[in-house]
Design a protein around this ligand. Structure first.
Ligand SMILES: CC(C)(COP(=O)(O)OP(=O)(O)OC[C@H]1O[C@@H](n2cnc3c(N)ncnc32)[C@H](O)[C@@H]1OP(=O)(O)O)[C@@H](O)C(=O)NCCC(=O)NCCS
Length: 176
């Protein structure tokens, strides 16, 4: 199965909406509104077009990933970082490597754009394989009341998190 990745464009919006909806349909922890979150984030200031990426198999969009800007703030400094949310693969294409490809490719593009880290809230068994570590190792605090093992961060460059600590400030769209 050949998986092709590219930047999302306007013609993909409808397919992406439907695929995000389907991907999360049976997820227990989900509020089933991730497809609307994607729509809101696209229109917001934190949107980076290059970091909305689709995966295609035989001309069908089967996966999508979105990384948007966020900040890590402490009393004296503000650091730029990215939020990975959401990543979605059509149920019938899950477990075939699409999610992994999207995640790794998004890291590459983010790094090329000069970003140094990515933050996410996710499954403790899935993301460590890509190099994600717990945020509390770095003194990075999430604004949600969630288990520590689900709060993760990756550095895209050597020492990308050196001196970085504080509270993560997610874009307002995540709370609307
Ligand atoms: C999570 C998701 C993006 C992974 O994409 P994928 O294409 O299925 O994943 P891959 O094929 O690259 O990787 C498969 C591996 O991920 C694991 N995996 C998939 N979904 C998982 C989940 N929800 N929790 C833990 N591990 C998961 C599989 O067990 C498999 O592990 P293995 O390699 O040890 O067998 C996809 O399953 C999905 O869309 N899920 C529903 C939406 C969701 O939960 N998104 C993530 C939260 S933002």
């Amino acid at each position: 199965m050949e998986i092709k990745l590219r930047k999302e464009n306007e013609n993909d919006y409808k397919s992406v909406f439907q695929l995000v909806e389907k991907a999360f349909e049976k997820e227990e922890y989900s509020d089933h509104k991730e497809q609307f979150l994607v729509e809101k984030l696209r229109k917001s200031e934190v949107f980076i077009p290059e970091l909305s990426i689709v995966a295609k198999v035989e001309n069908k969009i089967v996966g999508h990933i979105l990384l948007t800007k966020l900040e890590i703030k402490n009393d004296s400094k503000t650091f730029e970082s990215l939020a990975l949310a959401p990543v979605s693969v059509l149920p019938e294409f899950q477990g075939k490597g699409v999610g992994s490809k999207l995640i790794l490719y998004s890291h590459k593009v983010a790094k090329e754009l000069g970003y140094k880290s990515i933050i996410l809230l996710g499954h403790e068994n899935y993301y460590p394989r890509f190099g994600y570590e717990l945020t509390n190792k770095y003194g990075i605090e999430m604004p949600f009341d969630v288990p520590a093992e689900n709060c993760m961060v990756i550095t895209l460059t050597e020492n990308g998190l050196s001196g970085v600590n504080g509270k993560v400030v997610y874009p307002a769209e995540f709370f609307e």
